[in-house]
Design a protein around this ligand. Sequence first.
Ligand code: CTP
Length: 396
Amino acid sequence: MPEPLNIVVGVTGGIAAYKAVAVIRSLVLAGHDVHVVATDAALRFVGKPTLEAISRNTVNTDLYEGVAEVRHVAIGQAADLILIVPATANTIAKLANGIADDLLGNTVLASKAPVVIAPAMHTEMWQNAATAHNISVLEGRGVTVIGPASGQLTGADSGQGRMSEPEEIVAAALAVLRPKDLTGRRILITAGGTREALDPVRFIGNRSSGKQGVALACAAAERGAIVTLIGANLEVSVSATIRVEHVVSTLELADAVFAAAEEADVVIMAAAVSDYRPESVAESKIKKETQGERLTIELVKNPDILAGLADRRRDGQILVGFAAETERDADALLALGRAKIVRKGSDFLVLNRVGWSEGFATDGNSVIVLDGAGDIVMEASGSKTSVADRILDVLV
Ligand code: CTP
């Protein structure tokens, strides 16, 4: 996937046009070059200055502007992706029939880039036979249709037709350009951090949010893999397209992983696993009146899931471990990673530095990937999504 992408965002005239601003902002902040083509009707809902400021490029609306540079075809020819958000019933009908009476229609016809649309309209219009037919024509032509969702519409009514949320649109649109190089591969991913109960209301846990593991699961699914995600106390939402099994403790995670690993071609242990658990869990809340000035909790060791997977690995199964270390010195960090991959017996180890303010629960990550011999095979820094893709590249 070329980075940054040249993305044409077509904005058409529905009330959901205000949400297009969030889509454009998110694409720009992800580093893409966004060119907005707005219809006249769209500009009745959002102002051109807003779209220009947010996209950081001139907004094109008029078929008869920029004629000398043949703008009506140039914009579409240069695009890596065309995303129409919102797509009204009228625009969908025009696209289905190849009508080019405005700049957006010309842009779509003049482009070989994938087209993604996010319809938004009232339920009756969405369910109308004409719209249903037009959508199936567009899908048959390879256009990706995102949503619409069900929910509150413009007025007091609700139903299907509400435009999908901006983050969902952005993720689904970018997914269209992902290589499908993991098609049919069964990948098991663990994410989050396990918690060990002390009593009915308290636990010992860690600060892992699950963001990196969930980003891996999403990226793998978008690249065609059949993904099973085992989430330990996830603090992030997961796309409905991914099968998630939720667990709390290390023993629950171990049971779930060993069962699911039998079917997996690849197991990625991104979860932060508690190495110890309280020897006994109090049946009722631990009270300070009965404990006095000190409280001692005996912990016993949990099984090492990754090492257990290595012991029972199927032929050809790839195991990937993660190692979150607080070591500041780069050489010492590498030495820890090399010792750990030998101890665990995995094929790869994703090494990252964590601290009070880095690694856990942040949006970015910086990793070094070691192979079984302890050699560095990849280093990546960036968003957890881009790091996820780089890790998957290594596995491919
Ligand atoms: N892991 C595991 N089972 C455990 C502990 C860790 O499967 N009981 C996995 C983690 O999911 C991760 C890798 O092993 O993929 C390394 O985890 P880490 O906590 O860094 O290593 P530990 O073996 O726990 O060693 P230490 O905490 O002493 O550094």
